[in-house]
Write a protein of this length. Sequence first.
Length: 317
Amino acid sequence: MSGRPSRHGPGPATVTTAVGAASPAAIAHAGTIAVVGRPNVGKSTLLNHLIGEKISITSRKAQTTRQRVRGILSLGERQFVFVDTPGFQTAHRTALNREMNRAVQQSLAEVDVVLWVVEANRYNLADRALLPLLPVDRPVILAVNKTDRVTDKRGLLPFVAQISQVREFAAILPVSASRDQGLPELLEEIGKHLPAGEALYPPDELTDRDERFLAAEFIREKIFRLLGEEVPYFCNVVIDHFEQEGQLRRIFAAVIVDKPGQKPILLGKDGDMIKRIATEARLDMERLFGGRIYLEVWVRVRSGWADDEATLRRQGF
């Protein structure tokens, strides 16, 4: 058993807005918005702050987001369904990276609005690699993120002028996802382009992903945050067993690594590292799921998993 987190379920997930949460009958405009960009521009952070809950994991490393995650925000008569996509990969051509790029391309082909995220005063080859994929028949809104890191805000004007020349945008907005700056204006602009229609999801739902998926993601996030450059890219997390007894969830997970030498790094001295990973992941789960968690995490070696398409399919890609 592993249901979806909701705003009004047993958990504490809430969003405070001036408009307030919508009812199914109130929704008059609903649509999907692909959140795209190169790795590390803050797509997942932006999604989490727009939704008001952590449903997409974050770290400073590329490849943190590997699969599409939908975040659902119902406000007034509008329902926004944000699709958080992996950062578009231009290196390390493994089957895993091909699957991530395919997820980006498929999302762009299916949505009503595209939200392209770039980093303030940084526009490079990795950003430009996405340009040919952006649809010409749907509105593309440009979010210039991390503006809080720009000391001289006057420097943003020539940057925005430069990037506005690369294609036509429905709007260009400066934001700081981590500081919640510019997000109401961004939502208002996106809302102008949502098609008329009924709610796509129940208005109290936060995401299309269930707790089993989110549990694996929270564990993987801690690996990305706590370990060095190499190991996180060669590991994945699978949930072997997930059961719920009242408010207690029992979760048994395995971290899959590519090489035997990576296992002791994950375990750490006397198992300290894997214990820290599990503890920090458990606290995130308890906050979002709204109940106690019993979590056990093991490490297994499965060489070549990231370049084996059959293995990737079994792991949900």
